[in-house]
Design a binder for this molecule. Sequence first.
Ligand code: SF4
Length: 225
Amino acid sequence: MKLYTDEEMLMLSGVQHYAVCPRQWGLSYVGMQWEDNRLTAEGTLLHSRVDNPRTRRRNASPVVTLRGLRLASHTLGVSGIADAVELTPFPGAPHGKEALINSRKFTALPIEYKRGKRKTNDCDRLQVTAQAMILEEMLGISIEKGAVFYWEERLREYFDITPQLRTDVRRMFFHMHEMMRGGIIPAAQKKPCCRSCSLIDLCIPAISGKSVDKYLEKILAPTDD
Ligand code: SF4
């Protein structure tokens, strides 16, 4: 099994960008181009509130919530931060095989916070599935469920970490590593999500028919001053 080095590690948060649009991920992480819009700025603000690593809060229930947990997987070649991981004393919650932490048994539930509403695609579930797979590797446990909290709806959606989601996550990271190694940014394709994409201004030259490589070459060219 290939183990990725620290230098090859990709950012965990990129999985959602790739799921929405591989070109969006390529522009951001291969081409190092990023533009915020209102939606991404609100998302950044929300995460600064929910994933403060200094927060180690025990609420009224026996559940312990860890926030801003650092994650890394050398088999997937990815590292990042989990917004929140709920540890429930075992037995108590059917979230998977228990972990032994400080001589106590817990099951773990990764939770991602999103500013908007539930989506019809799997992009949020894929991000949480990636977190679950990394936690499994780090803690030697199994995780069967994940959750996404949607701020606009004030609603927590639970879902099963299915074999299909796991396969999709592995496949996505494999392709992302290939793109990173080869410096590949896929061609633009107009789709409904383009309307809310913060990179649309960078992407428009390709949408209008020019090659993105030429466009990036032009905007990245050294200036005389
Ligand atoms: S504008 Fe559309 S094609 Fe371009 S990066 Fe954004 S989502 Fe992808």
